[in-house]
Design a protein around this ligand. Sequence first.
Ligand code: URA
Length: 489
Amino acid sequence: MHARLHSQIDLTGFRNEARDLLAHQVPPDQVHWETSSEPGSEADLFAPPAADAPRTARSIPRAATAIVPASFLRLCEVVVLHHEPQRFALLYRLLWRLVHEPTLRNDPIDPDMLQAQQMAQSVRRDMHKMKAFLRFRPVPDEEHPGELLHVAWFEPTHHIVEAVAPWFARRFANMRWAILTPERSVRWDGQQLLFGPGGSRADAPPADAGEALWLTYYRSIFNPARLKLQQMRKEMPVKYWDNLPESRLIGELSAQAPERSGSMIEEPARAPQRRIPRPVADTPAATLQRDGIGSLAQLKAATMRCRECPIGEFATQSVNGEGRLHAPLMLVGEQPGDQEDLQGQPFVGPAGKLLDRALEAVGVPRDAVFVSNAVKHFKFELRGKRRIHKTPTQREAAACLHWLEDEIALVRPRALVALGATAARSLMGHAVAVTAERGKWLERADGLKVLVTLHPSALLRVPPEERDAAFAAFVADLRKARRFLDEHA
Ligand code: URA
């Protein structure tokens, strides 16, 4: 008996066929599964999924379907994405056996079950690799003159494009992008995902200028003494290297590694670079002129494009300051967090809630101040599905400094509040011992006063029994800013 599916990933079709076959007691070895790969099947594949009702008039005993555990349905969702042609036969055999062999669900080493689980694992790994090793390259967007389309080429092992595309849509919601693979392509126009047939590597753009900058950075951070080629190949299989600009450097850098680590050992220790270089211009007009910035909107557009350090490549969007021009007080944090990165606004996550509470306690409404960050993109490390905050390096903060100075030049606050060490260093141009200096007013070379205090997330980390006291001390610091405002009203 032939069971026909509309596409390589036709889960709905599989479920309907399997229910039908099961209801009619058709044993697995009598079913031949066929997937359509004809071009005409495109439309069906991306039509909204059909209702789960059986497509034939044949009635299906409820008992047969109810017996399947929910975990099996979840397994099916992943295994159908595997490239193995026999996957539907395997899943139907498992379904049949789950119904006819009640002990199967408790057998941890059943070969069919193990095979399905390994296939699911391989699909999940492929999805992870696509998220980690896909690189967009900007090209002029023909449909939107003057704007950019970000295009990436990727060769997944399994049929995962449809499954991963929503993740990219959430992650890169604010840019227009397209992903080309040999089998499928997908485009995000800012509103919806549009799927189409596959492409070829030649359809994807070549390396661009931003990439040259990234390569220079990668070269500079590459530590020859920590090179572990085997581990690197395991984490980043060679098949993905073609998509990764930095992979072109691996041969060259690993060949030089013994020599470079030798000279690193011999070199006398260098004093760490402590000062963040100040932007050259010093008046607000000159600061803005240097970057060609005339408004907060222009600043936003410029930071969105910024790739002066590698953080921007991975963040969803840049997060600039928020508030009104000429707000008397500007509060500067470190960098946007996970929530800020997704929403495009500063201090809207847990640290922001705490800051709002403290501002309320000193009687300063949030919309009376301008709130921003030293670094405009979210730096994080992926742990499973979670994006964990990573402190920006001094170089990254230094690369972002001219944007912060542009913001200060546009807003023209009367005073600044540095929330934490990164902000204090950026605003003052040198390291500030925040615990010692908190609650004190420092003065910048341009005469602007900077009140130093802790970052609100530091308060979130103190043990619960010390939280009230820490919050009270934070409020006491902010009260000094409030007093400054009153005195200079
Ligand atoms: N932490 C920051 O420094 N800034 C934000 O915007 C959010 C959290």
